[in-house]
Write a protein of this length. Structure first.
Length: 327
């Protein structure tokens, strides 16, 4: 991009906001001014970006309303409160929280062209599970007809942001020292355990996170709402996302593997040892392997792993670049 840009990052000190800053740093965007904003509870007064220190701005800072673009990576409860005034001032905003998803469906994956929806004032960048499933489903659909996806995922403590990572660390240290572990973010604990779900569930038993991921994947893939189902559990890890996915379709193992190997975001792995989330740390790609034919011959099963923060941040920054190119 040749045009100098003034970019705001709402939630710059959080786990997602930090990933956005790293992705912006690695991008080719010509950022003349960075405006970092933190949530109300942050204890960090400054952030580092492109070898410079930037003091955090207040949410009501008038400079924000003159930005060329804003990224919202705040906690869901704060996103609209601090983000709406920025949007109302005419600033285009990339939402990484899902707070605007009811009004702005997730914008497509951008394999070929600039997607519909980029003329809006807010663009929703899909979350890591929905985004990963959309990339996997798109590869399967290129190999043959994709009918449905059924996925089980293990998410890390980062699903609760930086607070989740800090509490998991505190729980591990406390339990090793025979002390009472902190249990504010994870009231039932997480260290050395697995939580079978995250967040509140509806009357049918699906959680908000699971519904959102399935909705985003169906929107991105152009499938019916019932075509994608997602179950999410929380693992006692500090980063990473792992998915076991059953893809019902007619592509066949050989064709699906060929489609995966040609995909710029998916990375085929022959070794099962490379299908670990830590092996993909700080990578914008999704490791895929363990490709197997369904026993009934009704599709394929596969295993995928990625760094969810980097995947989403890199996608959001790439999306913003395409958005700026349309103006």
């Amino acid at each position: 991009m040749s045009e100098p840009l003034k970019i705001a990052v709402l939630g710059a000190t959080g786990a997602v906001g930090g990933a956005v800053l790293r992705a912006l740093d690695a991008s080719e965007l010509d950022i003349v001014e960075l405006l970092p904003v933190a949530g109300l509870s942050t204890r960090t007064p400054k952030v580092e970006f492109r070898r410079s220190t930037h003091t955090l701005r207040q949410a009501a800072d008038e400079d924000l309303f003159d930005a060329d673009l804003a990224f919202c990576a705040l906690p869901l409860g704060l996103a609209r409160e601090l983000g709406d005034p920025v949007v109302e001032a005419g600033v285009r905003l990339v939402d990484l929280t899902g707070a605007w998803s009811a009004e702005s469906p997730p914008v497509g994956l951008g394999f070929d062209t600039v997607e519909p929806g980029l003329e809006d004032s807010v663009v929703s960048a899909p979350g890591p599970v929905g985004l990963a499933l959309a990339h996997l489903g798109a590869a399967v659909s290129r190999a043959g007809e994709l009918i449905s996806l059924r996925a089980t995922g293990l998410v890390a403590a980062t699903i609760a942001g930086r607070a989740g990572m800090e509490e998991l660390s505190g729980q591990v240290v406390a339990m090793f020292n025979s002390q009472e572990p902190p249990r504010k973010t994870f009231p039932d604990g997480l260290a050395f355990d697995v939580l079978p779900a995250w967040g509140g569930a509806d009357e049918s038993g699906w959680t908000t996170a699971e519904r959102l991921a399935a909705h985003q994947a169906t929107e991105l893939l152009g499938l019916d709402a019932a075509a994608v189902a997602v179950s999410l559990a929380v693992a006692p890890t500090f980063s990473g996302l792992t998915l076991s996915v059953a893809c019902r379709g007619r592509g066949g193992v050989e064709n699906v593997r060929a489609a995966i190997e040609q995909d710029p975001v998916l990375q085929w792995m022959d070794r099962m040892g490379d299908l670990r989330p830590l092996s993909m740390l700080d990578s914008p790609r999704i490791a895929v392997g363990r490709l197997r034919e369904d026993p009934d011959g009704d599709g394929v099963h596969l295993w995928a792993a990625c760094d969810p923060l980097w995947l989403c941040a890199a996608h959001a920054v790439g999306l913003s670049k395409r958005w700026l190119e349309t103006s």
